[in-house]
Design a protein around this ligand. Structure first.
Ligand code: ATP
Ligand code: MG
Length: 286
């Protein structure tokens, strides 16, 4: 029988759009089945299951899905027997402790004998144990940030990205206890039995993510500046040099890591580069 990969993605929410975009960038096409429970790809042996993110780790453990895209926070909270295959770099956020803004904070001992509201009791409990603090954990499934103002808790432990939700609820963030991004998780058996297909998918994901982390750069330079510029540009093997129609000038092409990009651009200009073009890379295979 022909093998098919079953991939669980969030049905709707903060992860769904980017999860499907990544699959699309990996060249995996399917008719949009977001309103349904399932969609089958017509050009890759994969089908997508659209689920609530809370259910994804469990379905991957049970083998209902072979793979899943889910927040690392959900993965850690559910603590299922699954494999973390790859971090995917999007939906970055953190799980933090926050207290009313007018309270003074001197360190984690603040939380001794307090009542903390959270949707992440397991991760919070682990943190409190590590810190040797005993506190009451009050588990609630949503709108955690309003708990202190309605007298339900002394503090909250919740997902934060910018911190504006905390601020507007009169809270301040005082400790980060967990950092999260979307991850690709896998079922142990599927990783053996469907290894070929999973390897193919991971290869495609790697080439997309590496491409995003790099830029293709083209610039013009006079002969006398060319060597200094080449020395600044590593390239995949080494930069390409193509002579311009105007004698005494070259076009130099290379690949620069996104993180180093602005620093390199400054140095290139100082070294005599002109007409610098920067182009996104769709896929990069090392
Ligand atoms: P579901 O209906 O699927 O259960 P949900 O309401 O539990 O959805 P979302 O709010 O869509 O979940 O968040 C899903 C995941 O996105 C979180 O578990 C976390 O990993 C990440 N996330 C949450 N809030 C943010 C944020 N403000 N910025 C970035 N990522 C976030
Ligand atoms: Mg959820």
């Amino acid at each position: 029988m022909k093998k098919t990969l079953r991939i669980a993605v969030q049905k709707s929410g903060r992860l769904s759009e980017q999860s499907l975009k990544l699959m699309n960038e990996c060249g995996i096409r399917f008719n949009n089945g977001k309103s349904r429970l399932k969609a089958v790809s017509y050009n890759f042996p994969a089908e997508f299951l659209f689920l609530r993110d809370d259910d994804i780790p469990g379905y991957v453990e049970d083998g209902v899905a072979d793979l899943g895209l889910v927040g690392e926070n959900e993965m850690a909270e559910k603590a299922k027997d699954i494999e973390l295959i790859k971090k995917l770099g999007f939906s970055k956020c953190r799980l933090s402790l926050a207290i009313p803004r007018d309270k003074e904070y001197h360190g984690p001992a603040y939380f001794q004998d307090t009542n903390i509201a959270t949707s992440y009791p397991r991760i919070l409990n682990q943190y409190l144990e590590n810190q040797n603090i005993s506190a009451q954990i009050h588990e609630i499934s949503g709108s955690v940030e309003i708990a202190p103002s309605i007298g339900l808790a002394d503090a909250v432990c919740d997902i934060v990205s910018s911190g504006s939700t905390l601020l507007s609820n009169g809270l301040k963030e005082v400790e980060t206890i967990f950092k999260s991004e979307t991850v690709l998780i896998g079922n142990h058996t599927a990783l053996v039995e469907k290894k070929d297909l999973i390897d193919q998918l991971v290869f495609r994901i790697n080439s997309v993510l590496t491409g995003k982390g790099n830029k293709y750069i083209l610039l013009n330079a006079p002969d006398e500046a060319t060597q200094a510029i080449v020395d600044l540009l590593p390239g995949m093997r080494s930069p390409t040099i193509v002579p311009l129609a105007m004698s005494g000038w070259n076009s130099i092409h290379s690949v620069v890591e996104e993180d180093q990009f602005w620093e390199v651009i400054e140095k290139l200009k100082e070294a005599g580069a002109e007409g610098i073009l920067v182009v996104p890379i769709e896929k990069m295979i090392l």
